[in-house]
Design a protein around this ligand. Structure first.
Ligand SMILES: *[C@@H]1O[C@H](CO)[C@@H](O)[C@H](O)[C@H]1NC(C)=O
Ligand SMILES: *[C@@H]1O[C@H](CO)[C@@H](O)[C@H](O)[C@H]1NC(C)=O
Length: 359
């Protein structure tokens, strides 16, 4: 027994910290961004090996060839209706935007619509998901590329405490059959989760440290689960809402999260740096009701000067001239280390890891 305990402890100490499943959204609503090839190099030089791309931009897809970067790619909202109503339009879309670039571009997820549910286009989401999935089956790619849709916090009618999480009636009408389809195809639900906006809208009730994930004590005790941060509470309220729809164990991938450096209440470089640093570290642990690694995409790579309102322009990790807005200790997962416990820290952090300080 003593030998067993000793072995366990030494394993914990020598195991290198694992790389995190962290990506960054490549939003392009800016007039002054670098070329796609420069952007792809910037991802790689920062150990960022996952990207969300909001549509099949052919120049970006060409720049991604053989980069090792795995892709979450959106079907733009403008194409939902056509892909929902025509299986041949969906086949054409998959052939020219996915199959034509496979395998030199590694697609992981297709997001059929971004925050389309609930809303005027919500009725098209599931039919388009089915048609895109069938096209991927025909193209022989369905086991590699999962079809899903991205939802925002507005789908939840109740989110406090997390175990009371429930979709609104409007959202549930669409999400209930979507969740069944996702379970059937072993695909995750994509969720855009912004503790920042919850904090900015409720700063009298929500503490900054709870939103920034640097609170050490329990803030919310929900049955057996203790919450120290709002991010976990938000994700677990989605898990609870999915269970309420009768879908057990559906995975959630965070398709956007971030914190602005300017333009809103609580927006600052220090707060953004704190949140992103904590998010990168935190996703390796998952949430109280769903422990294990969580995959998450930071919004976004660049400040985007064509977005509005003002606060939306200031979510970037980099300025358009590719200077970092604050120092990054990025923990990416290079594809050659897939499935292995290997740390890919940059700079000083590598030194810290070799001294076995847990990340
Ligand atoms: C699940 O898949 C089966 C066959 O693979 C199919 O018959 C059924 O309709 C699917 N259900 C949903 C909700 O998509
Ligand atoms: C969390 O970080 C912010 C800086 O971004 C700081 O203002 C706050 O005091 C910190 N909270 C704790 C509990 O350390």
């Amino acid at each position: 027994m003593i030998a067993f305990v000793a072995l366990l402890v030494s394993t914990l100490i020598i195991a290198p910290a694992s790389a995190q499943l962290i990506g960054v959204c490549y939003g392009m609503q800016a007039a002054n961004l670098p070329s796609p090839a420069e952007v792809v190099n910037l991802y790689r030089s920062n150990n960022i090996y996952r990207m969300r791309l909001y549509g099949p931009d052919q120049a970006v897809l060409q720049a991604l060839a053989n980069s090792g970067i795995r892709l979450l790619m959106d079907v733009p909202m403008t194409e939902l209706q056509s892909l929902a109503t025509s299986s041949s339009a969906a086949m054409d879309w998959v052939l020219s935007n996915v199959a034509a670039h496979w395998p030199s571009v590694t697609f992981r997820y297709i997001a059929v619509g971004n925050e389309a549910v609930p809303g005027d286009l919500a009725q098209h989401v599931l039919p388009a998901m089915r048609n895109v999935h069938s096209a991927l089956v025909t193209a022989g790619l369905a086991s590699h590329v999962k079809v899903s849709t991205s939802v925002g916090a507005e789908v939840l009618e109740s989110s406090f405490p997390p175990s009371a999480g429930a979709f609104s009636t409007d959202a549930s009408t669409f999400l209930s059959p979507i969740a069944a389809f996702l379970a059937n195809t072993s695909s995750p639900l994509l969720v855009n989760a912004y503790p920042y906006f919850v904090y900015a809208d409720n700063y009298a009730q929500v503490s900054l440290s709870y939103a920034l994930m640097n609170e050490t004590g329990t803030v919310v005790q929900d049955g057996e689960f203790a919450y120290t941060n709002l991010f976990d509470a938000m994700i677990d309220s989605v898990h609870a809402a999915l269970k309420r729809e009768g879908v057990q164990q559906l995975a959630v991938v965070v398709s956007e999260s971030g914190w602005p450096t300017a333009g809103g209440y609580g927006a600052s470089v220090l707060n953004a740096q704190t949140y992103i640093k904590n998010l990168i570290r935190h996703v390796g642990r998952g949430t109280p009701t769903s422990p294990g690694k969580l995959e998450a995409y930071i919004n976004g790579m660049f400040d985007e000067n064509l977005k509005s309102p003002e606060v939306e322009r200031n979510f970037g990790l980099f300025k358009p001239n590719m200077e970092p807005i604050y120092p990054l200790n990025f923990v990416g997962d290079r594809p050659e280390f897939d499935g292995q416990s290997e740390s890919i820290f940059s700079g000083n952090i590598r030194l810290i890891v070799s001294l076995h300080v847990p990340s």
